[in-house]
Design a protein around this ligand. Structure first.
Ligand SMILES: [Zn+2]
Length: 271
């Protein structure tokens, strides 16, 4: 499924191999993309600078509703400039109906609206408020837990018959207490045992604005500021927050834009 997209014309690539900018992954809505450029290259996606590590590694992503075209401005180490128009493939999203949720979880009572707003801001700051220079994401991602996929990224959601925000993570059903592994090395930016919708939640910072989020945890094994290795246990699967059963809600994001975790993960393991 993976293909390498060369962003330099072949002739240019042969003439100046060190200057190629290579993006790994499929250019499509929801995609998490990693790439490599000559050290010293500067990049901007739709006008916003994209951090390039000292070794020339970078990451960016396209949101669920990304437009058909994105503009990548490249400033080569020589100062030469190049603009590439990236064609972003559209995806079709599923519809998911969930019934039997407690009414307060679908339409929260007025007295918790302030709490929900405060928690949303905490999450936003944890995920989008860091531009850590180390490219931890270069290690790639592993499955944080294995289990049945009970919800995919991007689906339109109808809760107790009422349309709600699309689902912006991946749901993996597993028994309460199943250890949850850090999908990628990083720094813990949020560790909260009891948020209204997400329940027990951890946010990891993987550098350059790349984050992963783990929700509905029954237990947290990590604290804010801690550095975690890929595969380290950071908590356990649970049924806290808005859920119908124990599962991990797993998100990957870039600068606060949720991306489809399955574009970053290896193919689904057999369960
Ligand atoms: Zn979910």
């Amino acid at each position: 499924m993976r293909r390498r997209v060369l962003l330099a014309a072949p002739a240019l690539l042969l003439a100046r191999p060190a200057r190629a900018v290579v993006v790994e992954g499929k250019l499509e809505q929801g995609a998490f993309l990693r790439g490599r450029a000559a050290p010293g290259t500067r990049l901007a996606l739709d006008g916003a600078p994209v951090r390039v590590s000292r070794d020339g590694i970078f990451a960016f992503g396209f949101g669920r509703d990304a437009k058909d075209t994105a503009r990548l401005d490249i400033t080569h180490p020589s100062g030469a400039r190049e603009t590439r128009l990236l064609a972003v493939a559209r995806r079709a999203w599923l519809e998911q109906r969930i019934d039997g949720l407690p009414p307060a979880q679908v339409t929260p009572p007025p007295e918790v609206l302030e709490r929900i707003a405060r928690e949303r801001e905490m999450l936003r700051a944890a995920r989008a408020g860091h531009d850590t220079p180390e490219p931890f994401f270069a290690e790639g991602f592993i499955w944080p837990v294995t289990g049945r996929i009970s919800g995919v990224f991007g689906s339109r959601r109808i809760l107790n018959g009422q349309p709600r925000q699309p689902h912006l993570g991946l749901d993996i059903a597993a028994p309460t207490g199943t250890p949850v592994a850090a999908a990628c090395p990083g720094i813990v930016r949020l560790a909260e045992p009891d948020l209204y919708f997400p329940g027990g939640t951890i946010v990891l910072d993987h550098g350059h604005g790349v984050s992963s989020t783990y929700m509905h945890l029954s237990r947290l094994d990590a604290r804010v500021g801690q550095r975690v290795a890929q595969g380290a246990s950071i908590g356990a699967v649970g049924a806290t927050g808005r859920v119908t059963g124990p599962h991990l809600h797993f998100e990957i994001g870039w600068r606060g834009t949720p991306l489809d975790p399955e574009t970053a993960l290896p193919p689904r393991p057999e369960t």
